[in-house]
Design a protein around this ligand. Sequence first.
Ligand code: HEC
Ligand code: HEC
Length: 278
Amino acid sequence: MWLLSAILGAAMLLSCSGERTRVKTEESRGADQTGSAAIEFAPPSPETIPGSQLGERIRLGYQIVVNTQEYAKPYVGNRLNCTNCHLDGGLNPNAASFVGLAAVYPEYRTRNARVNTLADRVNECFERSLNGRALPPDSSKLQAVVAYITWLSRGVPSGATLPWRGLQFIDSRRPLDPANGKNVFVNKCAFCHGSDGLGTMAAPPVWGPQSYTIAAGMARVSVAAAFIKSNMPRARGWSLSDDDAYDVAAYINAQPRPDFPGKANDWPKGGKPSDAPY
Ligand code: HEC
Ligand code: HEC
């Protein structure tokens, strides 16, 4: 079950191959303001996990991230695990990696117009991406996830700018084409995610009642397009043009998915997703 060493090798290989420019996401803006020098993507190796109670917490945090369904069941309202989006247990530098994050939180976020701790941000994904509920601040599971991310941030100086942070955003250079989006889905995604988008044994759902909510980061077309362009289809040798990534992101995000009543309170108040500052 402890796959980190294999994963670490893959993540390090990946980190050397990114060529596209990484445009700042909302998440990375705060870190950018510190003006500190960029640093290398160098997650610690599993041997550095202490053999203490802290080590147990770090391992539990890893389990929660890769098997959220089993290890944090009462807090999850859909069929997703953290690692379905934060690929390779948060070690993939092209998929909103967890590496280094403990060095940039607490951080001000425009979405809720306040300073968020790392635990707040983890809970936001529990609520919005997993359609679940926030873990209590003193819960051992929340502390375990924070301990895992803190371990993955070893050696990263506080306030550092993380060049791999977030997703590699791409530009949409023409109006979205819904018919093309559907076509891309049928030809390049349905094979794993199901022609009804509800997921299969091979891949999680991308819409429907078991998917992320309308208030998740992935529910924004620009965010989904960036994730999809860098990481999907998850099959060797397959890739998408930027236009196809945008069209298919718009297509899946136009399908039904769980509501999120609190979304109306997002900043700017009552704004549409497209008004948000990223
Ligand atoms: C070869 C199988 C495969 C193909 C083809 C594929 N995916 Fe995925 N996709 C996956 C797997 C597996 C995951 C979860 C990754 C993990 O847990 O490591 C995933 C995760 C995702 C996610 C994030 C998790 C979720 O379910 O919301 C999105 C969004 C997504 N894929 C969209 C797409 C789109 C759009 C396409 C077509 C362009 C596509 N995928 C093609 C296998 C595939
Ligand atoms: C449906 C996909 C999805 C799932 C599932 C998901 N997340 Fe996220 N998460 C995202 C996206 C998208 C972002 C924002 C990335 C960006 O804008 O740069 C994000 C951001 C984050 C961040 C902040 C990253 C940063 O750079 O500041 C943390 C921490 C986080 N998620 C933790 C988790 C944890 C822990 C889980 C499981 C309990 C989880 N997420 C499940 C999609 C997901």
